[in-house]
Design a protein around this ligand. Sequence first.
Ligand code: PA5
Length: 331
Amino acid sequence: MRQMVFGFPEQLLRAWTIGMQCHFNFKRKAGFDNVVIAGMGGSAIGGDVVRTVLGEETTLPVLVWRDYQLPPGVNRKTLVFVSSCSGNTEEALSAYEETKRCSGQVVVITSGGKLAAMAQGDRIPLVLVPGGMPPRASIGFMSVPMLAVLYHLGLCRSYEADVHEASRLIERRRQYWWREAKRSARFLFNRWPIIYSLSRLLDVAAYRWQCQFNENAKVLAHWGCLPEASHNEIMGFGSAATPAPVLFGLVDRSTHPRTILRWRQMLKLIRGAYTRARLVRSEGRLPLARLLGIIVVGDLISVALAEQRGVDPIAILKIEQLKHDLGRKKG
Ligand code: PA5
């Protein structure tokens, strides 16, 4: 897993090329009113990256949808991405079937499986990405090609420069981030992490950190965002029933100065109810690099924690077992 995270700079560049090589014959050439990205887990987070980055500069509504059915209101002016790295996740397959009942334009993103076969059979535009890696290690493949497809459709500008910046940033910083990750993992041992995003750009990163702690390090984790958490979650600290967590605050240049002040004041109020608190700053210039960079920082901490705990960061036995068990049940 560590090698896969280290390979992320190359993955990003390859993902952009794959997306740019897809020239689809769309029923509608332009005039989409909104975008829906249907998928689960590591694949859905790729959609969140796209939604977040586009939200920085366009008003195009993008909804990431994690369920069997499609959201209400999908119509012929909706572009629907069905995204599943394995191509076999039942919620994604169900969402794909649902697209046949609505008149939206569908694009499938997958590395193969049933979804690729169905899209090929139905002659639905298909972005085929490389397989062989866990979905969460393929977040570049499950996000960047969507930006290229949207660019082809005239729904956003080209993100080529952004992808290159993100790739360069991660390549330059990965060794340093790995050393820091090992330090963080040491004080996370036998503690549970809570990750707060202090900027809306980084909300998806905080959620991703949580998921990576769950899947790679096999520990429970929680994410929230400030300023909101200081209006509710703050009350949960210090209860004898909850073990003292390690806190991470993810900060971006877009973070409001009063949110930093709020974080500091909050830490004063809950002193003794956490073991450590650390602010992690996003790096880079453009939003995509800032977001993907801090995602990689979290990926590396989760891998370092997995190594320290002696667990295999790749294995996700319970998730696979559940998929298998449900696959055998009808209804
Ligand atoms: O990271 C993972 O392995 C999971 O979260 C998967 O992404 C999730 O189970 C969905 O699978 P897929 O991405 O293949 O549709």
